[in-house]
Design a protein around this ligand. Structure first.
Ligand SMILES: [Zn+2]
Length: 389
């Protein structure tokens, strides 16, 4: 623990001496404290994106063939069962478009939505309406609010920028549980390279790291997390190696243009747009649009817009113009803040103190990062010899 903190203090020291720098190609900057620039001022995210794009953007024919193979595989393994895939739905553009495409492909999904207490009314009505139109069964998992609230507040008090991972971890945990329960081998999610190709780990770490989540709760929460749907590394190995459950980002196999998707969904499913990435949840909107920019100088739009620049969907000038605007209207930010504090049972003073706490990272708390680095080597090997899918 001591050496971890020492390492962090060193990096913090280095940060305070680091001069602001903006990538010359995308709009990522030193708000990612791990960003690296080459002699031309191009950042590591641009370089990584280019490398990965070769894998993700296959020529049309190859991509179609890969999609056909995948769909066939899903159908074959799902034969004789009521559903052949679990479909994670949030109510946002990505997962709604995914549902639409999955039905066009003739798959038989069970849609699963996790209600963490923060869905906007529009999100709930969107989900119900579009699934009814598509004739897809929906399973809604409602989190134990008192417990989850305590965990969310614990992450705020831990003063880390990862305070949305309690939701993302629980979604993953629920999807795995339902897949096992229903004997389904494929989990389809709205994750995709086109809009999410760039996302620095220094901004969000540990969606899979139950040990980290539990340590933060032990340090700042009350009682135990009894109902929270989690999965440990051992569970993960079980789901992957014994149950051979595969998570698929199906949108990577389909031409996906967000603007067109929004139009199609509006026309075909009477679906309504929320105005921002992941703004279907009020907490996410507040967290990404108010809390992260003000406390950590992190603006997640920066990564999203940089991805759009790299995929040729936006110019750097357009992105710079957009990022110079506030994430969303000041008056709604204030309304959201009031709503969030009331729901959490926090006073303005409590929240003010949280905003002023010294910034920490996951390295200040026990977690499984180093173990996972070793596990990754093992997984690579296991996949090579066919022990894992
Ligand atoms: Zn860049």
């Amino acid at each position: 623990m001591k050496s971890r903190s020492d390492a962090f203090n060193k990096s913090k020291k280095a940060d305070s001496f680091r001069q602001y720098q903006l990538c010359q190609r995308c709009i990522m900057d030193t708000s990612d404290r791990e960003i690296e620039f080459d002699e031309k001022g191009i950042c590591n995210h641009c370089r990584t994106y280019e490398k990965l794009a070769q894998q993700y953007f296959l020529p049309g024919v190859e991509r179609q063939a890969a999609l056909n193979r995948l769909v066939e595989e899903i159908r074959t393994r799902g034969k004789g069962r009521k559903y052949d895939c679990v479909l994670g739905v949030s109510g946002g553009v990505d997962s709604t478009f995914l549902a639409y495409e999955v039905m066009k492909l003739g798959l038989r999904p069970l849609a699963v939505h996790m209600d963490n207490g923060w869905d906007s009314e529009l999100a709930v009505s969107n989900i119900e309406k579009f699934l009814k139109k598509l004739d897809v069964d929906l399973y809604t998992y409602v989190l134990n609010w008192e417990e989850f609230k305590d965990l969310q507040i614990a992450f705020l008090r831990a003063s880390v920028s990862d305070a949305e991972i309690p939701t993302d971890h629980a979604i993953q945990g629920v999807l795995y549980k339902i897949a096992v329960q229903e004997g389904i081998s494929y989990i389809l999610t709205g994750g995709n390279f086109v809009t999410e190709g760039i996302l620095p780990q220094s901004w969000t770490y540990g969606v899979w790291d139950w040990k980290y989540i539990r340590s933060v709760h032990q340090a700042f929460g009350k009682g135990e997390l009894k109902d929270y749907p989690h999965y440990s590394l051992l569970n993960w190995v079980y789901y992957n190696m014994v149950k051979k459950i595969k998570i698929v980002h199906l949108l990577d196999y389909i031409p996906y243009e967000k603007k067109e998707a929004i139009q199609t969904l509006g026309k075909e499913l009477a679906w309504k747009y929320y105005g921002g990435k992941h703004y279907e949840s009020i907490y996410t909107r507040f967290f990404q649009g108010y809390f992260l920019p003000r406390k950590f100088s992190i603006d997640k739009r920066r990564a999203h817009l940089s991805t759009l620049i790299m995929s040729g969907r936006m110019t750097r000038e357009e992105a710079l113009e957009e990022i110079s605007e506030p994430p969303y209207s000041q008056s709604i930010q204030e309304e959201d803040k009031k709503y969030v504090l009331k729901k959490f049972g926090l006073t303005d003073e409590d929240f003010g103190k949280i905003m002023l706490l010294p910034i920490k990272t996951h390295l200040d708390y026990p977690g499984s990062e180093s173990l996972v680095k070793q596990l990754k080597i093992f997984v690579k090997l296991a996949r090579k010899v066919g022990l894992m899918v």
